[in-house]
Design a protein around this ligand. Structure first.
Ligand SMILES: [Zn+2]
Length: 326
């Protein structure tokens, strides 16, 4: 028995696989089973996990990321509605591959590719309901959760979360849409059946190895309701903006500290100085810059315009005003 599930990001409705559970399928499935299962013991189906189309966050997976996810999702169990408890772990992916859909392009003009998994559910009393649901024609959706190491700008290639790029996701630059390209997947931690078709979060949930879209995860895990997750998201966005501005300020400070160090002739070459200041906080950079500037000022005192060359060259006593004679 076969069935198709699709996530919301994928609008294709045609059947992907029509074949019965094959001996090759059973061989893969039995890698995860304690006792030898037969084709009658399991219900198998195909599911589109994600694709390379731009999602609602104006982000899309790179081709390499999809290929890596195809490896990472093998063996991962599927759950109902993101409730990660053992009793909800109902289906397991036993194979996964990237498929290219002939003739279809993404909105940014590349061949459309999607990640299609084969999964199985052991036939037993507790799985009857889900199998019946999958068998019926009810619209079903799947969302996936994965860790992503990098999200780079499609315009300039800079990591969007470091503040090094000034492009805005969703805007067009010279006709080209700016979006986040998701790269370097680190983990595939879940995929879920969305039982209620109207749920807005159906689709791909991404988490980042650095603090990023935590609100989406909290909402997905039902730790926050949609409204609270949305307000947390707004708050995080404002923090991210401040962080980007802070990073910009720090890069200016780093530059100034290095310049001041060179002027102060501290005897350290600029490249070494540059790597030394990299890990410093804004406050440390400011103190270092001020220290260098003080040293530089002592080294090269500001000349008073009224001083004669002669007076400048000899030590001037406090009560000696002869240097100021014109
Ligand atoms: Zn950019």
């Amino acid at each position: 028995m076969n069935n198709i599930l699709q996530n919301e990001t994928d609008g294709v409705k045609e059947n992907l696989h029509d074949a019965q559970t094959s001996a090759a399928d059973m061989e893969l499935i039995n890698k995860y089973s304690r006792k030898e299962l037969t084709a009658e013991d399991v219900y198998t189906f195909s599911v589109v996990l994600c694709d390379n189309e731009v999602d609602r966050d104006n982000e899309h997976f790179s081709d390499e990321a999809l290929d890596k996810l195809a490896q990472l999702f093998v063996g991962v169990t599927g759950i109902y509605d993101h409730t990660p408890s053992a009793k909800n772990q109902v289906a397991r992916i036993y194979s996964c591959a990237v498929e290219q859909v002939d003739g279809r392009k993404t909105s940014y003009g590349e061949p459309y590719r999607r990640l299609v998994a084969r999964a199985y559910i052991p036939r037993c009393k507790s799985s009857e309901e889900l199998i019946a649901m999958l068998d019926s024609g009810i619209k079903k959706e799947v969302s996936v959760g994965c860790g992503i190491g990098e999200c780079v700008c499609s315009i300039c290639g800079e990591d969007l979360r470091t503040g090094a790029c000034s492009h805005v996701k969703g805007r067009r630059y010279g006709g080209k849409l700016c979006c986040g390209v998701l790269k370097e997947p680190t983990d595939a931690y879940e995929w879920s059946f969305i039982a209620v078709p109207s749920q807005r979060e159906a689709g791909v949930i991404k988490s980042f190895t650095y603090p990023g879209d935590i609100s989406g995860i909290l909402n997905a895990q039902k730790l926050l309701d949609e409204e609270a997750a949305e307000s947390l998201k707004t708050y995080i966005s404002s923090l991210e903006k401040s962080a980007r501005e802070g990073e910009m300020y720090k890069s200016v400070l780093r530059l100034e500290a290095v310049k001041a160090g060179i002027t102060a002739r501290i005897g350290i070459e600029s490249s070494l100085l540059e790597s030394m200041v990299k890990g410093l906080s804004a406050e440390e950079l400011l103190r270092l810059k001020e220290g260098f500037e003080k040293t530089a000022a002592e080294l090269l005192p500001v000349r008073c315009q009224t001083m004669t060359e002669e007076a400048f060259g000899t030590p001037v006593r406090r009560d000696d005003n002869s240097g100021y004679d014109i």
